[in-house]
Design a protein around this ligand. Structure first.
Ligand code: 13P
Length: 258
């Protein structure tokens, strides 16, 4: 029996206008069955308040944001603070997505500060890591991802580390339709969990949920979630269709039932 939660999080990225987002949330809310899987919706900032209202009383459904600023408040035009997210009903925030690392030049050092700010506000970080294709082809992916995890998270004391969710998202599998094989995902999740055990303790490593992300869909979720160290998924494209997203959640429930 696993000591950690299975989580399926939908990262909508920069998709859906307000009305479309509202419709998607309502469809998910209507179709979602009560289950042990923790489900998180991460819509764009402009949809958070409305999504929060729609999911308010569903116990296994949570709200997450896709990014936050590292400072508490101040003159940062266009930015969103963790306090604002918390006050809109967020429980989680994605930090260090590869698209933020690549298109917004977010460094490990900056991400570590975002992680601190999120935790200080009572938000649980979904910390992303993952290698680009050339690193995978060179065979140095384990070292690359280990560095990301160490630099972004290992300054945390164990009490705070417990609150973190990790998402392994190989960049070559994001939005490409190319999924890591269940074996490739398991290998990397095991690398990350061993790292946690070495830095903290076995007990802590067993408690941390490690999600896989990269072209997760209903057709491949079952075999990915069947792997012992894959504790659910961070889903992009397939989270934009209620039936696909629910299908993935159902595979998580089936994996938990085994
Ligand atoms: P896709 O599921 O669209 O590949 O996106 C994965 C992702 O980046 C989730 O954060």
């Amino acid at each position: 029996m696993k000591k950690r939660a299975n989580i399926v999080a939908g990262n909508w990225k920069m998709n859906k206008d307000y009305q479309q987002g509202r419709d998607l949330t309502l469809e998910i809310v209507n179709k979602l069955q009560p289950s042990e899987t923790v489900v998180i919706l991460c819509p764009p900032f402009t949809h958070l308040q409305n999504t929060h209202t729609a999911i308010n009383d569903i116990s296994n459904l949570h709200l997450g944001a896709q990014n936050c600023h590292q400072e508490e408040s101040g003159a940062y035009t266009g930015e969103i603070s963790t306090g604002m997210l918390k006050s809109c009903g967020c429980d989680f925030v994605i930090i260090g997505h590869s698209e933020r690392r690549e298109f917004f030049s977010e460094s490990d050092e900056l991400l570590a500060r975002k992680v601190d700010r999120a935790l200080a506000t009572g938000l649980r970080p979904i910390f992303c890591c993952g290698e680009p294709l050339p690193i995978r082809e060179k065979g140095t992916h384990a070292a690359h991802v280990s560095e990301q995890v160490k630099n972004g998270l290992f300054h945390l004391p164990e009490e705070q580390m417990k609150e973190v969710v990790i998402a392994y998202e190989p960049i070559w599998a994001i939005g490409t339709g190319k999924t890591a094989s269940p074996e490739q995902a398991q290998e990397m999740h095991q690398v990350i969990r061993s790292l946690l055990a070495k830095q903290y303790s076995e007990a802590l490593a067993e408690r941390i949920s490690i999600l896989y992300g990269g072209s997760v869909k209903p057709a491949n979720a079952a075999e990915l979630f069947a792997k012992p160290d894959v504790d659910g998924g961070l889903v992009g494209g397939a989270s934009l269709k209620a039936d696909d997203f629910i299908g993935i959640i159902n595979h998580s429930n089936e994996a938990l039932a085994k």
